[in-house]
Write a protein that binds this ligand. Structure first.
Ligand SMILES: Cc1cc2nc3c(=O)[nH]c(=O)nc-3n(C[C@H](O)[C@H](O)[C@H](O)COP(=O)(O)OP(=O)(O)OC[C@H]3O[C@@H](n4cnc5c(N)ncnc54)[C@H](O)[C@@H]3O)c2cc1C
Length: 458
């Protein structure tokens, strides 16, 4: 009997208790488009920064604004009541040693207690920049400076024009994207634990989406899980275009660690999904531009749809880019171009830098310095003075288990005067013996995760 069989028999109840607990706290809440009209917190007498989103960007900003100026009141508005990390979540799917739900979750109040900011569990429903008031499901709150770090939203409607709301809800539940923290990751894990022999399909969207390496790291972790559990089947990546973040490094790992278990198919446009028959229908384009209709059966489907900026950005009415709805920034600053009292960080930032937890953490610190300077009437040069930052982004991906191995990419950031640009490099580590992956990079992956989570909360 494998660990998976054991789980099927004995663990389902325990797991569902965990999932239920988490659903209550982290699940998708019903948007309250009206919002409450009572006051969430009394009007501020001094300086108040309101931050929307208690994720990677928002929590870092809250901490570092308070570190920079103890006289500023900082209030974080977060719709979930528990923090769960997307970074390192693929290691949970891979069943890696010492990785559990505990590794990924955190109570949101610990950072607030340690650094003296307020954490309010509520969903933002409207923003009035004229009166500098945010409306939430529990009441309204005024601000001097507003910081938006709300992350992404899925854009099924754009990608699947023929799907109605019921179909989208069905797909979200049964073929979870797991790019947003919470029940989706746990649902995907449960499906892997309950699967029979057969294939896992991961769809990779074209265009900008959260954490470009994530679907490819996930393929490695799921393949590794299937190997460990003796599940016969393949992991098939249906890539809407050809691009693969950290491409050479992933392809090397797929081939050398998993042989034919991981299949990467390019230029595959998803046409439809039949959840009853467990079948994906797609159209694949070949190099001559000819198309072929195809279908493939799955045991588990991780359908990652097109992404867009979280609707909070639209609520603010600041200028955005047309393709994703990212915030147009004020030069190389983290202030928005439209409003000097509104800042943006994290995945919604319009700079040409990769969307990652590391970047969100870095950008939040930059933004915090700008905000502290602004609130204290000091000129800040951060957004305008030309500079370069080496390895502003470092992003690791686990590719192998037993023995653990990982790959990495670094991005150097440079100020062009108009926008911050990132230039990526995928290095071969010294201990990699000529390969992109190594044991030390896997060790660094775990250390990076411990370090960044500690920076968010301690
Ligand atoms: C599988 C996976 C693996 C990843 N691995 C890595 C990695 O190894 N390294 C790395 O650097 N990055 C990684 N990332 C990317 C990283 O998770 C994101 O880039 C990062 O979380 C972005 O930070 P953020 O603050 O913009 O958004 P988030 O961290 O998602 O925070 C946004 C918060 O806003 C809240 N919110 C949204 N709307 C509202 C509202 N209306 N009212 C109140 N609150 C709201 C959300 O609930 C959420 O908590 C990974 C992502 C995925 C999906």
């Amino acid at each position: 009997m494998t660990r998976r069989d054991l789980f099927k028999v004995a663990g389902v109840t325990a797991a569902s208790a965990v999932v239920t607990g988490c659903t209550a706290s982290t699940g998708v809440s019903t948007p309250n488009t009206q919002g409450a009209t009572n006051t969430l917190m009394p009007k501020s007498n001094g300086k108040r920064v309101v931050i929307i989103g208690g994720g990677y960007g928002g929590l870092t900003a809250a901490k570092y604004i308070r570190k920079g100026d103890k006289t500023t009141e900082v209030v974080v508005l977060e719709k979930k009541d528990i923090f769960m990390s997307c970074p390192f979540s693929n290691a949970l799917l891979g069943g890696m040693e010492d990785v559990s739900l505990d590794t990924l979750t955190h109570d949101l109040y610990s950072g607030a207690q340690a650094h003296g900011y307020h954490m309010i569990q509520t969903e933002v429903t409207a923003i009035n920049r004229g009166s500098k008031v945010v409306t939430t499901s529990k009441g309204t709150i005024d601000y001097d400076i507003l910081v938006m770090s709300p992350g992404i939203a899925y854009n099924y409607e754009d990608q699947f024009k023929g799907w109605d709301a019921n179909k989208i809800a069905d797909i979200q539940q049964n073929a979870p994207a797991a790019l947003m923290p919470g029940s989706e990751h746990l649902a995907l894990k449960r499906q892997l634990e309950n699967m029979d022999d057969g294939d896992v399909i991961i769809t990779k969207p074209a265009g900008k989406y959260r954490c470009p390496p994530a679907p490819f790291e996930r393929a490695c972790m799921i393949a590794s899980y299937m190997e460990k559990e003796g599940i016969k089947g393949k992991v098939i990546i249906l890539n809407e275009n050809k691009s693969v973040a950290k491409g050479k490094a992933f392809k090397e790992a797929w081939k050398e660690l998993y042989g034919k278990r991981i299949i990467h198919m390019t230029n595959c446009n998803i046409d439809d999904v039949d959840m009853d028959k467990k079948e994906v229908h797609f159209t694949q384009k070949d190099s001559l531009g000819d198309t072929k209709k195809r279908s493939h059966k799955f045991q588990v489907l991780n359908l990652i749809p097109h992404n867009k900026a979280n609707p909070v950005v639209e609520m603010s009415g600041v200028e955005t880019t047309t393709s994703f709805g990212k915030v147009v920034m004020n030069g190389c600053s983290f202030q928005t171009k439209s409003d000097k009292n509104v800042y943006a960080i994290g995945d919604v930032v319009g700079h040409a830098i990769p969307p990652s937890g590391q970047t969100a953490n870095w950008a939040a610190k930059e933004a915090a310095s700008e905000i502290v300077a602004q609130l204290n009437g000091k000129a800040h040069t951060l957004g305008v003075k030309a500079k370069t930052v080496n390895a502003g982004n470092v992003c690791y991906s686990m590719v192998g288990d037993k023995p653990e191995s990982a790959i990495m990419v670094t991005h150097d950031f440079s100020w062009t005067g108009k926008v911050i640009k990132g230039k990526g490099n995928v290095p071969k580590p010294k201990d990699g013996k000529g390969k992109f992956r190594s044991k030390n990079v896997a060790k660094a992956t775990r250390e990076w995760y411990r370090g960044i989570v500690s920076d968010l909360f301690a």
